[in-house]
Write a protein that binds this ligand. Structure first.
Ligand SMILES: *[C@@H]1O[C@H](CO)[C@@H](O)[C@H](O)[C@H]1NC(C)=O
Length: 564
């Protein structure tokens, strides 16, 4: 498990006296061996019964933060039960374990704290990072999610309170893609915080100092990267999460060729958006190369998505220039147009007088608009209606988070286009009933459709460098998994409840791709990749918890289900 205070796995004994890993599911025999007989009520419970109790308790709670605390407690006490319940009700519980509730939990981390999870490395530990890693009880780590807490979701600088993010994100690696929890390591790098509230909070848990932005900070991150590779190997996947924007890009550029790393906010977001577009194009019936895309927002998210769209278009045969010419961007200063000869990719000759985003829509006549500005409801009724006039099936993506920052609501998008538009959002919107009685389910472009499946493929194939084409491949396989029936319901992504299967199938496809392209380093290459991936994924049944062989005189544990 995550918590260093628990007995590390694999251990000859699944548990110590005072921690109840399996709780009442321990058999009589196990209770006797462990010396806990009598410390539990006499009944031996099945996991089904335990799950029922857990779910009943959750249902009674109305406060999301209360649910979060309860869930995290179960994760500490009985990890398999936790993941089982999480997976069974992923649609309901993902917003608790991850955004938005995890954000709230982070802001109050020191106040709701029960016991530590993850690894804390501070700037005072410079020169000793490796020995801190050696204190972590697991020796077979495959994925690390690391943050320095500077830009936690949309909440700002939370310092070490940001630990909730790597913990929550890694829960999704396990729940969505079956990556074994003991192979996941959440890390917070503490270089101080500029948040005055925290610097005056007696319950704060990090260094009481302003952020160190000197060379020492870069040296610490360098040392961390080197120590990780030294201890866990070259193909350890290191995901940077919620660093300040400036550092996120700097580190991605600095490390992406040298380490196995990616940035979910940039690459994962781009991949899930492209998948939505590829799914939408199935309904529109026009190839991707015939689309014209207008972005609202021209920041990193827009550039990431646009670059991946260009890759998809060039793969379908158009030149890079031609592809770039089909993509426009509009930001708070207006439409991006050329003012001199040498300008970037998505800056074009002015198409005429454009005073507003509505003008831009009417002039450029896009088939798709994609909102990533994070500035609220800027897809006005007029904009949506214009898209509906210009296109039989307009594509409208309001990807900004959280819900109140989305560029428009699902209801507006559907109702103002008579249910013709193909809509996706970053935050979830419920189904919309139209006046003719049709019910449409909007797509949620959740990154969790992408990163767990990609990570699983990367881990099992020994990929050392994750190229952008991997995210293109992931987007294609996600779009392919949407059934025609789901598409007809308005969906652009498979239901979240199906995410385990989606991730496994994505991993298989990505695995085929990386082996074909010579990006995989694990040999011999598994011939039956589907079987290989499925045999790898972790499951939540208790029997697989027990060690393969166990030398306890006269004791015969049931054999372990071999899972990795
Ligand atoms: C500072 O921390 C508090 C408490 O965690 C949080 O609510 C707030 O959003 C943070 N403010 C900034 C500016 O980062």
């Amino acid at each position: 498990g995550y918590s260093p205070s628990l007995t590390p796995f694999p251990s000859p004994l699944p548990c110590c006296k005072n921690c109840f890993h399996l709780g009442m599911a321990f058999t009589l025999q196990e209770r006797q061996i462990l010396g806990i007989h009598g410390l539990l009520p006499p009944k031996v419970e099945t996991q089904d019964t335990q799950a029922m109790r857990f779910q009943n308790n959750l249902k009674k709670m109305t406060d999301p933060l209360e649910k979060y605390i309860y869930l995290m407690g179960i994760q500490e006490r009985n990890e398999r039960l936790f993941y089982r319940v999480l997976m069974e009700d992923i649609e309901e519980l993902m917003p608790i374990v991850y955004t938005p509730t995890v954000g709230l939990a982070c802001t109050q981390y020191g106040h709701i704290f029960r016991r530590p999870k993850g690894l804390f490395i501070s700037i005072r530990d410079r020169g000793h990072v490796r020995s801190i890693l050696d204190n972590w009880p697991e020796s077979n780590v495959a994925v690390i999610v690391v943050t320095d807490g500077e830009r936690i979701l949309g909440l700002g600088d939370l310092g070490v309170y940001g630990m909730g993010i790597p913990v929550g994100k890694l829960c999704l690696y396990t729940a969505c893609a079956g990556i074994r929890p003991e192979r996941c390591l959440p890390v917070v790098i503490d270089v101080g915080t500029d948040n005055e509230t925290l610097l005056h909070d007696p319950l704060y848990m990090g260094l009481y100092q302003k952020r160190d932005r000197s060379q020492a900070y870069d040296d610490l991150i360098d040392e961390f990267m080197e120590a990780v590779v030294e201890k866990y190997g070259q193909d350890t996947l290191i995901q940077f999460e919620d660093f300040g924007n400036h550092n996120a890009f700097r580190f991605l550029r600095k490390y992406r060729e040298k380490y196995c790393t990616f940035n979910d906010d940039i690459q994962g977001t781009a991949s899930v958006a492209l998948a939505g577009l590829l799914a939408a194009q199935r309904a529109v019936g026009k190839p991707i190369t015939e689309h014209r895309v207008l972005f609202l927002g021209a920041g990193e998210a827009a550039l990431g998505i646009a670059n991946l769209i260009v890759m998809a278009m060039t793969e379908s045969g158009v030149s890079q220039d031609e592809a770039q010419n089909k993509i426009w961007m509009y930001d708070k200063y207006g439409l991006l147009v050329k003012v001199n000869a040498n300008q970037e990719a998505f800056v074009h000759d002015s198409p005429g007088d454009v005073q507003s985003f509505l003008d831009a829509v009417n002039t450029i006549k896009p088939t798709a608009i994609i909102g990533v500005a994070g500035a609220g409801r800027l897809f006005t009724h007029d904009v949506i209606k214009a898209m509906g006039t210009l296109n039989e099936r307009p594509i409208i993506f309001a990807l900004s988070n959280p819900t109140n920052k989305a560029e428009c609501t699902a209801e507006d998008a559907y109702k103002l286009t008579d249910g013709r538009c193909l809509f996706a959002s970053g935050s979830p919107f419920g189904p919309v009933t139209l006046s003719d009685g049709r019910v449409l389910t909007p797509g949620q472009g959740n990154n969790a459709y992408i990163f767990p499946g990609v990570a699983l493929a990367v881990i099992v194939s020994g990929v050392r460098h994750i190229s952008d084409t991997v995210f293109l491949e992931a987007a294609k396989t996600l779009a392919e998994q949407l059934t025609d029936k789901e598409l007809a319901e308005g969906r652009l992504y498979p239901p979240l409840s199906n995410i385990r299967e989606v991730s496994v199938q994505m991993a298989v496809k990505v695995m085929e791709y990386v082996y074909a392209k010579g990006m995989a380093f694990r040999y011999p290459e598994p011939l039956d990749k589907n079987g290989f991936v499925r045999a790898t994924v972790w499951n939540t049944q208790y029997d697989s918890f027990l060690p393969d062989t166990y030398d306890w005189p006269g004791v015969n544990f049931s054999p372990k289900t071999k899972s990795e």
